[in-house]
Design a protein around this ligand. Structure first.
Ligand code: SF4
Length: 361
């Protein structure tokens, strides 16, 4: 195991270099209390920190910003969120992906509101006991919301540490080593600011393809910069190619404009979300499973969408039906209350693709 000293610097050197840099260059984020406000006595709201951390799993600040504003405007406290209808929360989450997170978000809000009087636990262990909060998220909330010296790891932190110590073992095998390094470097003074400083460094300077080493506050410490391999790190074990699955989505429009949707089963992909009735998604040719016995129009269109573990090719079938038609599956939703934006991305893509292709248009 390498350590800071064998690299020619002490374990507190990165924090000593990063904290003054963070004081000048911290990103303004809607859930963040910046260094100046912190110094003036303002404290982060654990609800906002938690919400941002759940939303940021697997995605970027840019993708999350609008969702965060909408959620906090509509549900300004964890108690308000706990009282929300499941379907409303799922609809607001639509488009962010990884829908199990939205279900766990509600579960967690209800546990905090019901069992903890609306107050988040302020330790890593206490936070990990809550639904949907794993080790990374617990460490991040403990550090950012409660200034605990928790070792926070995310993609940005892994990249910065891989480079600072020139770790050549590929990810994910290097994770335990990187975590041990993160623990060594986490300071007892201002650990929350330090955690955010490393994340900001990774997001703004130590970026994946072209690290801006010339303006980096830890350049004098960085082993990868010295050896000229910064842009090659972290190394990654090549991923297996993803399989392709096939499916059919059945889009039905009634004469009065209502559309046929069904709620997907709670367990499984897009669980609990509204979507178009359809076949299973499998690697074989999909078996017909239309939700109504009507003539189906094949517009020759398919949605292409990539999930974590597979690519999907979803063929469309369209039907226009009279107002008194009764489906075998799903429910008609009046056009006035149907919001395509409340559908998961793959379902919204299907809706967008169908426009202009309906049989009667
Ligand atoms: Fe990243 Fe370059 Fe800074 Fe090293 S010197 S931490 S590679 S930006």
């Amino acid at each position: 195991m390498r350590d800071g000293i064998s690299q020619g610097f002490s374990d507190d050197a990165p924090a000593a270099a990063l904290l003054p840099w963070y004081d000048r260059h911290a990103r303004a984020l809607p859930w963040r209390v910046g260094p100046e406000a912190l110094a003036a006595g303002e404290r982060p709201d654990p609800y906002r920190v938690w919400l941002s951390e759940i939303m940021l799993q697997q995605t970027t600040v840019a993708a999350v910003r609008d969702y965060f504003h909408r959620f906090t405007a509509r549900w300004p406290t964890v108690t308000a969120l706990a009282e929300a209808e499941d379907a409303e929360v799922m609809a607001e989450w639509a488009g962010l992906g990884y829908y199990a997170r939205a279900r766990n978000l509600l579960k967690c809000a209800r546990v905090v509101a019901g069992d903890h009087g609306g107050i988040f636990p302020d330790t890593e262990d206490g936070l990990r006991d809550l639904p949907g909060i794993g080790p990374y998220t617990a460490a991040a909330i403990a550090a950012i919301a409660f200034d605990r010296p928790a070792a926070v790891m995310d993609g940005n932190v892994e990249r910065v540490l891989s480079r600072l110590f020139a770790v050549e073992t590929p990810l994910p095998a290097s994770k335990p080593e990187l975590r041990a390094l993160a623990e060594r470097l986490t300071p007892n003074t201002r650990p929350g600011c330090y955690a955010q400083a490393v994340m900001d460094l990774g997001a703004t300077i130590c970026t994946p393809k072209s690290p801006a080493c010339g303006i980096c506050p830890v350049m004098s410490l960085c082993a990868a910069r010295r050896t000229g391999i910064a842009a090659d790190l972290p190394r990654k074990t090549p991923k297996k190619p993803k399989p392709t699955r096939l499916g059919i989505a059945y889009l039905v429009r009634r004469e009065d404009g209502a559309v046929l949707l069904e709620t997907r089963p709670d367990k499984g992909l897009l669980g609990g979300m509204l979507g178009w009735p359809g076949t299973d998604w499998a690697e074989d040719t999909p078996q017909d499973a239309p939700p109504m016995d009507v003539p189906w129009h094949d517009p020759g269109l398919e949605v292409r969408h990539t999930f974590t573990h597979f690519h999907l090719r979803l063929a469309l079938r369209l039907a226009h039906v009279p107002t008194d038609a009764t489906p075998d599956r799903g429910e008609f939703h009046p056009r006035a209350t149907f919001r395509p934006a409340s559908l998961p991305t793959v379902m919204r893509k299907a809706w967008d693709l169908a426009q202009g292709a309906w049989p009667e248009d």
